[in-house]
Design a protein around this ligand. Structure first.
Ligand SMILES: Cc1cc2nc3c(=O)[nH]c(=O)nc-3n(C[C@H](O)[C@H](O)[C@H](O)COP(=O)(O)O)c2cc1C
Length: 443
């Protein structure tokens, strides 16, 4: 059985999808649209919805040499994801609720508290997508002149995770007595200080919250560099990644699971779910026509701006767009994504503008254009070949492509016995087949 997450990047993961006649671009700020999207994903019995996050307006620091904001650029404003999850927990019953929060521009105590609250509010469906922030514009909103260096971001993230996981174990099960007769409200023997002192943080604890319904919220990650994979192997329950080739995905998944085993973990308890954008038609022609329509909406300028963000100090705008992608200097933003693009460009002999448009179409993730049957064939093949445990679904715009996936592809996967027909568990851990972690103090 495969696992499916819906990656919700409003108003769409395709850079110009919001211009499609069917699209509702207001879905970025209208709660009613988020409700429609979340309930559609739950109708499809998906494991979880997952919100990305960036704590800045893209391009606001003018780092890619383009001053000012481009009027045609979408994905600039959206609701803060953990606030959104708390609200969506009240209009959904089963679907997992994952939100992104950066370890570079947050404090662990606040993050532990926020996600534990969502786990309590949702009855055990919360997840934290731990990122170190790939968007360098964020630094200026937190008193920093420059974005923290990649290696330091991950060093901080390792310690950040340890503090959060430690705080989530503050209250053991049964610590909250609330015994009116004796007047004892808590059992002090089941409440624990953390007393963490490290290079980046000093946190006494305990967290002021009873133990979570899931033991602790699940942790997801999306870093694919060596540092990113090491952190994921030690800490993540679910790993998002950009893989567009079967062999590439097989190598990534087996490497990550081997690393998890080296950290003493069961490799089956780390789910790898690469990004996948689908453009669905009831016929192949219909799907191709939809794809062509979308591509006519995508401007080269916007696509090039996305690529420029992954080119470090190199001014990619100074190269002829039809030239091959030059070797790119190290990026302080997203290392693995940059490598992924360079490998793809070399393998497929792509020009600069072709790479940029690929990025503008699916953010550098796999794209499948086809019928429900052809899309299900490819998904089944990847899972069957051990390339992944499922997929992180992306949609060019909302809500129709998500609703089409739920109404057309999910039944095809269910008919083949590859996807659940009903939620059988209560929590996100149940959906993912993950055990409840023991509390370090209760062992
Ligand atoms: C599916 C997916 C979703 C992501 N969502 C976010 C996000 O919401 N915010 C963010 O700062 N980075 C996000 N990232 C980027 C990663 O956190 C990470 O920075 C990137 O993969 C590069 O990691 P690396 O430098 O370890 O290769 C996402 C990546 C993937 C694959």
């Amino acid at each position: 059985m495969m696992h499916l997450a819906a990656f919700l990047f409003t108003p769409g993961s395709h850079s110009a999808g919001w211009r499609h006649p069917e699209a509702i671009p207001e879905c970025d700020m209208e709660f009613a649209q988020y409700v429609r999207i979340a309930q559609a994903a739950e109708r499809g019995k998906l494991d979880t919805i997952f919100f990305q996050d960036t704590v800045a307006v893209n391009g606001s620091a003018g780092l890619d040499g383009v001053q000012g904001f481009r009027p045609t650029q979408a994905r600039q404003a959206y609701l803060e994801p953990t606030t959104l999850l708390a609200a969506l927990a009240t209009v959904t019953k089963h679907i997992g609720l994952v939100a992104t929060a950066t370890t570079t521009y947050n404090e662990p105590y606040n993050i532990a508290r926020r996600f534990a609250s969502i786990d309590h509010i949702s009855g055990g469906r919360a997840g934290w997508n731990l990122v170190t922030s790939q968007i360098e514009d964020e630094a200026g909103n937190f008193g920093a002149d420059h974005h923290m260096l990649h290696a330091e971001r991950y060093e901080r993230a390792e310690e950040f995770y340890d503090v959060v996981a430690g705080l989530w174990d503050s209250f053991e099960d049964g610590a909250m007595l609330r015994d009116k007769a004796s007047g004892n409200f808590i059992d002090p023997s089941k409440l624990h200080h953390l007393n963490h002192r490290g290079k980046h943080f000093s946190v006494r604890g305990p967290l002021n919250m009873a133990r979570c319904p899931q033991g602790r919220p699940i942790v997801t990650q999306a870093g694919s560099s060596d540092a990113g994979m090491e952190l994921a192997a030690r800490t993540a329950d679910l790993v998002f990644t950009a893989q567009s080739e079967l062999a590439e995905a097989q190598a990534f998944t087996s490497d990550l699971k081997a690393r998890a085993a080296r950290h003493g973990r069961d490799p089956a308890h780390v789910k790898v779910m690469p990004g996948l954008m689908t453009i669905i038609g009831r016929t192949e022609e219909e799907a191709q026509a939809k794809y062509r329509t979308l591509q006519t909406l995508l401007s080269d300028a916007n696509a090039m701006r996305l690529l420029a963000r992954l080119c470090g100090d190199l001014d990619i705008h100074s190269f002829p767009p039809d030239a091959p992608l030059p070797p790119l200097p190290p990026s302080n933003a997203a290392k693995a994504r940059q490598q992924h693009l360079m490998d793809k460009a070399k393998r497929e002999n792509l020009s600069i503008i072709q790479v940029a448009r690929y990025l503008g179409t699916s953010l550098g993730h796999q794209l499948l254009v086809g019928t429900p049957a052809s899309i299900a064939d490819s998904m089944a093949h990847w899972v069957g070949q051990g390339a992944c445990d499922g997929f992180t679904l992306m949609f060019p715009y909302y809500p129709t492509p998500l609703e089409d996936f739920v109404e057309l592809v999910v039944p095809e996967l269910q008919r083949r016995g590859l996807f659940r027909t009903e939620y059988t568990g209560r929590t996100l851990r149940d959906h993912l087949g993950l055990p409840v972690p023991a509390n370090r103090h209760s062992r």
